[in-house]
Design a protein around this ligand. Structure first.
Ligand SMILES: [Fe+2]
Length: 501
């Protein structure tokens, strides 16, 4: 559900894709093993989607609407890709003088292949690391390394072709496009698109079987309740997560959410730790503390549905921007609403912007309707955010952040007892960034990694660390090698995993 928001798709697109992929796989007679891979891969195909989005937004403007439009294009249709990209770049820079816009478009299009390679490779790298933390099986993780591969070998990141691509990957690539085209213009449009792209994007034998049975496979997909259908469909039976696996999955989702903007890296896990500690200080029962920590991990999952351009905007936010931002807690509510285990967490998580005097969002309820966990989470979120840099202000020192929290209490917006617990907890917190370098990174390399994660270019990094750009390039290569990644997005996620951001 969250990745649908991040890909600019209507909610339940991934769920529908999952249903269609499994039905199609069953029609072909694929093994339970492949069906199971396809099932999970279809649901989680875009968990790397937040990587690199701030760079996309800087270049193209609203990356979510670009992605929505891009989803119906054949990625190997170069003229169509260029036309769409040029249109977005022009719109995003509409305020520049016309001759500047032409130059920006020309430069950006020339750099587009490298930009796309870095983005798509980053999505795969991030998706694989997150999937590992979510206890997914190795065969599913392998699929997540092939998200943009094509049957004809013109895909990314590896450009592998035909049988070298996992069958589940080919199945889901077709299923997703079928769902999108069926929604746009019915099953005949889905069949037309699939036959046109057969042998290009898709395995021709899978395409043939789909076209022969499209109406049966797509029957009811757009209007039947999808959630129950997906739960009933799991090939090979359900395997619930153990408590510690569930914790690790929540931590992975926290990092998924925070990757959306370089300003929020580590925010969710910081809020979770602070809120849980405050919950203990407050005297909440242990089970509630555990739930509060998990809710903290999940609280900003709705950020994915708002363009990274808004989260990173340095100028004053417009009315429209603020409306968009108010949606993120509502998105969290809806994304977490259906699975029983997440619903309870979502009820707390989605109230983190509610205020005691009713001035918060998205429900605008009064404090007497807010459980202690939601009040504590709200105070922890305010304190944590104050200690982090935002586009329009520097990070506040702990004393200043505490003063802001106290001011919110006096104004009647935050609950006093909850805020006291948060401040008490923060006072005893271990200072951040004191850990020794993981993966054998030197202090200088950690510095470079931090700046990389924040989205700085090589030139800016060289200036900040007063070394040459060549030295920076050298450091970056060393960092990548030591931690085993090949993209900035992968390095960023590593930095979050190690609490280096
Ligand atoms: Fe938030």
């Amino acid at each position: 559900m969250a990745t649908d928001l991040g890909m600019g798709q209507p909610l339940e697109t991934a769920l529908r894709t999952c249903v269609v992929a499994v039905r199609l796989g069953e029609t072909i007679g694929l093994s339970t093993r492949v069906l199971r891979d396809a099932y999970y891969y279809a649901l989680l195909r875009y968990i790397g989607c937040n990587a690199h989005t701030y760079a996309m937004a800087a270049l193209f403007g609203d990356e979510l609407s670009l992605r929505r439009d891009f989803a119906s294009v054949d990625a190997a249709d170069i003229p169509a890709v260029l036309e769409l990209s040029a249109r977005y770049i022009r719109q995003a820079h509409a305020e520049a003088p016309p001759e500047r816009v032409t130059a920006i478009v020309a430069t950006a299009l020339a750099e587009l292949p490298e930009f796309m390679r870095e983005s798509f490779l980053g999505h795969c790298e991030v998706a694989q690391r997150l999937a590992d933390r979510m206890a997914l099986e190795p065969s599913v993780i392998a699929c997540l390394g092939q998200v943009y591969e094509r049957w004809d070998g013109h895909g990314l990141p590896l450009g592998i072709a035909g049988e070298a691509i996992a069958p589940a990957v080919m199945l889901v690539a077709l299923a997703q496009d079928a769902v999108i085209w069926d929604r746009i213009d019915g099953p005949d449009a889905a069949v037309a698109t699939v036959s046109k792209r057969s042998g290009g994007a898709y395995d021709p034998s899978i395409a043939e079987r789909f076209c022969a049975a499209a109406r049966t496979i797509l029957a009811g997909v757009q209007d039947q309740p999808t959630w129950e259908a997906v739960l009933d469909l799991e090939p090979g039976g359900q395997r619930p997560l153990a408590a510690d696996e569930f914790d690790r999955a929540c931590e992975a989702i926290a990092d998924f959410a925070d990757l959306k903007s370089p300003y929020t890296l580590g925010h969710s896990s910081g809020v979770a730790t602070l809120a849980a500690g405050a919950g203990r200080q407050y005297g909440l029962p242990n089970d509630d503390v555990v739930a509060l920590r998990r809710a903290g991990m999940l609280h900003d999952i709705g950020r994915v549905g708002i363009s990274a351009g808004i989260w990173t905007r340095e100028t004053a936010l417009s009315e429209r921007d603020r409306e968009q931002i108010r949606l993120h807690s509502y998105y969290a509510d809806r994304v977490l609403a259906r699975p029983e285990a997440l619903k309870r967490l979502g009820e707390v998580a989605s109230r983190h912007h509610e205020r005691m005097d009713g001035s918060g969002y998205h429900r605008g309820v009064l404090g007497n309707n807010l459980p202690p966990a939601a009040r504590i989470l709200a105070a922890a979120d305010v304190y944590q955010a104050m200690t982090e840099t935002r586009p329009h202000r520097p990070a506040l020192q702990p004393e200043q952040a505490a003063a802001e929290v106290r001011r919110e209490v006096r104004a009647g917006r935050l609950d006093g007892q909850s805020a006291d617990a948060v401040l008490a907890e923060a006072g005893h917190g271990v200072s951040r960034g004191q850990r020794r370098g993981p993966a054998g990174l030197s202090q200088r390399e950690i510095e470079v990694l931090r700046l990389l994660a924040r989205g700085l270019g090589n030139r800016e990094m060289a200036e900040q660390l007063t070394v040459s750009q060549d030295t920076i390039k050298h450091h970056i290569q060393h960092v990548y090698n030591k931690i085993g990644v090949s993209t900035r997005a992968g390095a960023t996620l590593f930095a979050m995993e190690q609490s280096l951001v």
